[in-house]
Design a protein around this ligand. Sequence first.
Ligand code: FMN
Length: 393
Amino acid sequence: MRQRAKRLPKPVFDAIDGGATDEITLRANQTAYQELWLRPRPLEDVSTVDISTTVFGSTISMPLMLDPCGFARMAHPDAELAVRRAAGKAGTIFVASGTGSYPLEDVAAAGNGDLWYGLYLPSNREVTEDQLERAKAAGYGVMCVTIDSPIMGKRERDYRNRLTSPLRMSPRLVVSALSNPVWAANFALGRVARGGAYRSAKTAYKDFANTIQAAKPVTYADIAWLRQIWNGPFVVKGVQRGDECNAIVDLGVDGIIVSNHGARHLDTVRPTIDILPEVVAAVGDRAVIFVDGGVRRGTDVVKALALGARACLIGRPYMYGLAAGGEAGVRRVLEIFRTEITQAMALLGCRNVGEIDRSMVTAERRSLPRASPARRNVDSGFDLNHTRLTGKH
Ligand SMILES: Cc1cc2nc3c(=O)[nH]c(=O)nc-3n(C[C@H](O)[C@H](O)[C@H](O)COP(=O)(O)O)c2cc1C
């Protein structure tokens, strides 16, 4: 799917695929999974394997969910609507980004099944209350606030591609966009529905940029306040160390997503699968733990469950699927994961997710070939404010 997503204009593909600075954590998020070994129990009767699990009282068909990815319109005109449909049909949960290309009500109405609201905290509390009321009314059952994005990260691929926010059409960008005329026509001429009215994709992009610019760093006081105003399950996304978890859980948070934002903000932070055990040890059963970042195989999901996660989330993999084939592409990605998770569990001797325990994975590391040499540092040469958006989503 990643190869097929490369049909997108290069700046758009890079905006999805890329990570911060030297992309060391971007690679490590994936290779850290490859460095963990599985330990099968072959003598179990695995004639039936049930890969479903429960999250806040709901059953999902597999321990894999879909992360919030802002402005999915850059990958496909159906954007979050297609993701919502695909997730519903696959029987899993989509965490729809508050910086989506479509109004949150339209995303909710597009499909079935549980839906979470991915909040970038607005600086204005009235705006926040309004957003959350709308989300609640539209049927979003869980609120998930992203805490790892107080400022932009340095995404050098975007710098090289001169991808800015607000979008400034440089000759280079126009030439890149025209490398895929169908995409360019869809993006330039396509209309995005908004509350009955219609707006161009460029306006949708501007709104998306404004939402991100208006977001504020999240503090403990904000978490306490959000807990007061949201009466459903409340999840915090972006935790990267165990020693802050007790304070977070003490504020009444129900779930934690161990995440480094897909390595898009701060490079050389630890891969998330390495952080997971310390968060699980700190939290115990006081909150439900999830993990994202670098999950690319069914075996990765099983390893995360063995280390204490309830479920994994994916970002880029479904964005590649969306780019490759809209709803059908996202569904295909989910079906590949479903098959791989089922195969991995059967071959490990696990009939259900409850049987995936810590003994299934070893912490020994094998030595891997060195990652590709560090990239040359790039000086953007233009105003960082104009790239704030691309660094943040
Ligand atoms: C194109 C793109 C847009 C994203 N937008 C958001 C967002 O709006 N809110 C958020 O919390 N995280 C956002 N993220 C981060 C993802 O939710 C997730 O943490 C990350 O993609 C997981 O890593 P993976 O891509 O390796 O699966 C975005 C990631 C990508 C690739």
